[in-house]
Design a protein around this ligand. Structure first.
Ligand SMILES: C[S@@+](CC[C@H](N)C(=O)[O-])C[C@H]1O[C@@H](n2cnc3c(N)ncnc32)[C@H](O)[C@@H]1O
Length: 345
C-alpha cells in the first residue's frame, strides 16, 4: 500500500472515533496524520508500512494512538496531558511536538498490534452461563479461548444487572449493567470450580508495563470502559488470571480430550475472537467440540458459548450450543462491547 493509503487509514480511523463519541482520540489520530513525515523514525515506519495499515488490517493508527495515550498517562508533557483532559484547541501542534520529541518512545508502538480486553462482554457471557445454570443446576468448568489478559476469567467476581436479573458479587468494584431489551435471563446460582484459558499472545497483567500497555489501548475518552478496566485490573491483582500461551485450536484439541468430571458443566467460551481465526482453525475447534459433545451426558454436559460479530456491521450475537444433543440457540444480539443487549432467550 502507498503513503496515501496510510494517510487515509488515519483519516478514516479519526472519523470512526468521532462518530463513536471519542473526540480526544479522534483529534490525536488526526494530529498524528498531519505530523507524519520522514523526519522521524515513527513517520518513516508508518508511511512506508508494508502491510495493510487499516483498522481491518494492522491497525497502524491505533498502534500509535496507544503510544500517545501511554505518554499522556505518564504525564511527560503538560500540553499533552491537557489535550487528553479535553483541551483540543491546539491539538495538531501538540501532537506534532510530542511526536518529534518522543519519537524513540513512540516508534516501538508500531511493532505490535493493539490488544484490549473488554469486561463489558462478561455481561452477555454471564447471561448465557445463567441459562446453563438454570438448565443443569451444576457448577462450571470454564475454558476461554482468545482470552487476552484473561480479565473475564474473574467473571463471577463482577456484579451484574441483566434486565431484572442480578448475578455475581453485588459488592464488586466492577458492576456490569448493559442496556437490556427483552425478558431477563433466569436467576440461578453460578459456581465455578475450574477455569482455564489460552491466547496466542497473552497479556500478563502481573507485569506493570504490560498492564499499562493494555490500559493505553483503551480510548481515554471512553470513561466507562476505562473505569471497568481499572476495576477489573484491581480484581485481577487479587485473583491473577492464568492464561496459557497457545494457539486456540491446539489448546481446544488438548483440553477437550482431558476427562471431564461428573457433576460439572464444561463451557468453552469466547468473545470477539472468532473473526481473527483462519477458517481451518475454526473448523478444528468446531470438530473438537462435536467430538467431545458425543461423550457428554446430562451429568457431564458440554456447552459452547460465544459472543461474536455476526458480520453485519458492528453487531455481536450470543450463541449457545449444548451437548448432549448439540442443539443451538441464538440467545441475544448486542453491541460488541456488551453495552446493549437484546435478549431473545
Ligand atoms: C479482539 S481480542 C478479544 C480479547 C477478549 N476475548 C475480549 O473480548 O476482550 C482477540 C484475541 O484473540 C487472540 N487470538 C487471535 N487468534 C488466536 C489464536 N489462533 N489462538 C489464540 N488466541 C488468538 C488475540 O491474541 C486477542 O487477544
Amino acid at each position: 500500500m502507498s503513503e496515501a493509503d496510510v494517510r487515509e487509514a488515519f483519516r478514516n480511523q479519526a472519523i470512526y472515533c468521532e462518530r463513536s463519541g471519542t473526540p480526544v482520540t479522534a483529534a490525536v489520530i488526526r494530529g498524528i496524520e498531519a505530523a507524519l513525515d520522514r523526519s522521524t523514525e515513527t513517520g518513516r515506519r508508518a508511511l512506508d508500512w508494508a502491510g495493510d495499515p487499516r483498522g481491518s488490517g494492522d491497525s497502524v493508527p491505533l498502534r500509535l494512538a496507544g503510544g500517545f495515550h501511554a505518554l499522556a498517562r505518564a504525564d511527560v508533557d503538560e500540553r499533552l496531558t491537557a489535550l487528553y483532559a479535553g483541551q483540543l484547541d491546539d491539538a495538531d501542534a501538540v501532537v506534532r511536538d510530542v511526536l518529534q520529541r518522543f519519537d524513540a518512545q513512540l516508534s516501538p508502538w508500531l511493532g505490535s498490534p493493539p490488544q484490549t480486553n473488554e469486561t463489558g462482554r462478561a455481561g452477555p457471557i454471564m447471561a448465557g452461563v445463567l441459562v446453563l445454570a438454570a438448565d443443569y443446576g451444576l457448577p462450571f468448568e470454564l475454558i476461554e479461548l482468545g482470552a487476552s489478559a484473561g480479565l473475564n476469567q474473574n467473571l463471577d467476581r463482577f456484579g451484574y444487572r441483566l434486565g431484572e436479573t442480578t448475578a455475581g458479587d453485588p459488592a464488586s468494584p466492577l458492576q456490569i449493567a448493559p442496556a437490556w431489551d427483552g425478558v431477563s435471563p433466569p436467576a440461578a446460582e453460578v459456581r465455578i470450580v475450574a477455569r482455564r484459558a489460552a491466547d496466542q499472545a497473552p497479556v500478563p497483567v502481573s507485569d506493570p508495563a504490560q498492564r499499562e500497555r493494555l490500559v493505553a489501548y483503551c480510548w481515554a475518552d471512553q470513561a466507562e470502559r476505562m473505569q471497568r478496566l481499572e476495576a477489573a485490573l484491581a480484581i485481577a491483582a487479587e485473583h491473577l488470571p492464568q492464561i496459557e500461551k497457545a494457539d486456540a485450536a491446539d489448546f481446544v484439541d488438548r483440553v477437550l480430550t482431558e476427562p471431564q468430571a461428573e457433576g460439572a458443566c464444561r463451557v468453552v467460551f469466547h468473545t470477539i475472537f472468532w473473526t481473527y481465526l483462519a477458517p481451518d482453525k475454526q473448523a478444528r475447534i468446531r470438530d473438537a467440540l462435536v467430538r467431545a459433545g458425543e461423550r457428554a451426558t446430562r451429568e457431564r454436559p458440554l456447552a459452547w458459548l460465544r459472543y461474536e460479530l455476526n458480520g453485519q456491521g458492528g453487531v455481536a450475537e450470543l450463541r449457545l450450543q449444548q451437548w448432549p444433543g448439540g442443539s443451538e440457540r441464538h440467545l441475544a444480539t448486542g453491541h460488541p462491547h456488551g453495552s446493549k443487549v437484546v435478549w431473545h432467550g
